[in-house]
Design a protein around this ligand. Structure first.
Ligand code: ADP
Ligand code: MG
Length: 493
């Protein structure tokens, strides 16, 4: 045992720079076999080996978006391979280092045991550099979650649950639903090409697109390609890097129906937009169907090129409106029924009242309730709902805005909204203003200075004073306390 340990220690100390390098080359070799040439050149080859710090090895990538991608796609695998290769390394840290690319290329070129790299073509680099930079500036990019998605050819698998039958129709989405149905039955018919679906997050755009795809494919013989605009961009860049642009173009132009989800992602990515524009024209000219979704209407998608916006608006533009209470209830009823777990109507109403922004969250809340009930073996009740969803509902409550608070309070006390930020000190306006400040502190996560700024650039000490004054008054004056509670209730509801 002791011997084994000392052997380990010896091995550990022999994990010097050169042995790390050898491990790394072996890992690269293994990854190359696993992911294939193209992927390897695109992502893995751009990693540079960094230093070892205790049991953590650092790997560098030259761009943030590459780092995020590599982390999402290969992070786990890299860690496993390192643990297998080295006695010392337990963790892998991926970092961004702008200089990393140059040194990595130089090093790889010098090394004979790894294949020669195909360096990034300088022209292509200029072309897509801006798109990558634009992506890099964005704080939240969701990267595809599996390697297969990237390696697959065009068609990203459609979610079998997202059918027309599973889509609950109500006033806010009936037009979009009808358009989607029409396109699924008669693709590329005049007036419906492109079909442009737009609306807020979680209102069913992706669901409808998948439904169209599933229906078309169920009739066979129709090739359907569905992908997010983000995926479109990655594929485009990847095709540039691997010099397979022609293949990419041909693949895209050979489908009968092309669906691009969340087109707003292309804002600011001009080369990708341009590529999409050409694809779009080629397909429409050839009588193929295009379906696009976005969070805004074509005319509101400022940041997209004008000619693209114009073409996008040429077919059928259908918006999905925010859900109504009735629609939320219908959706919940349908989903509860499908789950087979009884959920009392009171609970459904409660949820439909509380979660108003998007269907995904509504669904998530219901699923959580059902899972909880199954797990503890007790039926879903209003009490259990409030308990199980405490954190979720709290997050919703915190989303009250100061503007809303000011509006509601002004309405309630019958004063002008502008008085919330005016300098008037008459009690009739000063008191409601203080109450609004108090509620802003209680119901939002804004800081005192932020609240002050919203109330006519007042100092944070003024807000502080208002908060303590209102608390005091609420103790002394039940009438006022009731008003404040009522307002709070309305704002939270
Ligand atoms: P979007 O793409 O507009 O952000 P999704 O299509 O991903 O939204 O919808 C989010 C979730 O809500 C999905 O699980 C979807 O099935 C569900 N959903 C949205 N609208 C409806 C609806 N009208 N009926 C049934 N499920 C819906
Ligand atoms: Mg979507």
């Amino acid at each position: 045992m002791e011997k084994a340990q000392s052997q380990d220690a010896a091995l550990a100390s022999s994990d010097t720079a050169s042995s790390l390098k050898i491990s790394w080359l072996r890992i690269c070799e293994r990854l190359k076999n696993e992911v294939g040439d193209v992927e390897y050149r695109m992502w893995i080859q751009r990693i540079t080996l960094g230093p070892l710090d205790e049991d953590e090895i650092t790997l560098y990538l030259p761009e943030r978006f590459l780092r995020d991608w590599v982390r999402g796609q290969y992070g786990q695998r890299l860690q496993t391979l390192w643990r297998e290769e080295s006695h010392t390394v337990q963790h892998v840290e991926l970092r961004v280092d702008k200089k990393a690319q140059r040194s990595s290329n130089a090093e790889r070129e010098a090394s004979s045991s790894t294949p020669k790299t195909t360096p990034f073509d300088p022209d292509i680099q200029t072309l897509v550099k801006e798109d990558i930079a634009a992506l890099d500036r964005e704080t939240t990019t969701t990267l595809p979650s599996s390697v297969n998605e990237v390696r697959n050819d065009l068609a990203v698998p459609l979610d079998r649950r997202f059918t027309f039958d599973n889509f609950v129709v109500g006033k806010p989405n009936e037009f979009a639903y009808a358009c989607a149905g029409r396109v699924a039955d008669h693709p590329a018919s005049p007036g419906f090409n492109p079909l442009f679906l737009y609306g807020g997050v979680g209102l069913g755009k992706t669901h409808l697109m998948h439904a169209i795809g599933l229906k078309l494919m169920s009739r066979g013989n129709i090739s359907v390609a569905y992908m997010s605009a983000e995926k479109f961009m990655y594929r485009f860049i990847a095709s540039m890097q691997s010099k397979s642009q022609m293949e990419f173009k041909e693949q895209l132009r050979s489908v009968d129906v092309l669906m691009i989800d969340d087109l707003q992602f292309l804002i600011g990515k001009n080369s990708t937009q341009e590529e999409f524009f050409h694809t779009f024209n080629a397909l429409v000219d050839a009588g193929r169907q295009i379906i696009v979704s976005a969070d805004k209407s074509p005319s509101d998608l400022s940041g997209l090129e004008d000619r693209l916006r114009t073409r996008l608006g040429c077919g059928m533009v259908a918006d999905i409106h925010a859900t109504t209470f009735e629609l939320r209830i219908s959706i919940l009823e349908a989903k509860a029924k499908a789950s087979g777990t009884p959920v009392p109507p009171k609970v459904l109403e409660y949820l439909a009242h509380k979660i108003t922004t998007n269907v995904r969250e509504l669904e998530g809340a219901l699923n959580r309730l059902i899972a909880h009930a199954d797990l503890v073996g007790r039926p879903v009740t209003l009490e259990s709902t409030q308990d199980v969803l405490k954190d979720m509902l709290k997050a919703h409550e915190r989303r009250v805005t100061i503007d809303e608070i000011q509006r509601k309070v002004a309405e309630h006390f019958n004063i002008r909204l502008t008085d919330m930020s005016s300098a008037r000190r008459a009690r009739a306006v000063a008191r409601p203003r203080q109450i609004a400040m108090y509620l802003a502190k209680q119901l939002t996560s804004r800081s005192l200075p932020e609240i002050g700024r919203k109330f006519g650039n007042r100092d944070h000490t003024t807000v502080m004073h208002a908060v303590s004054r209102v608390s005091e008054l609420m103790e002394q004056d039940p009438g006022l306390a009731e008003s404040v509670e009522l307002l709070r209730h309305m704002l939270e509801g």
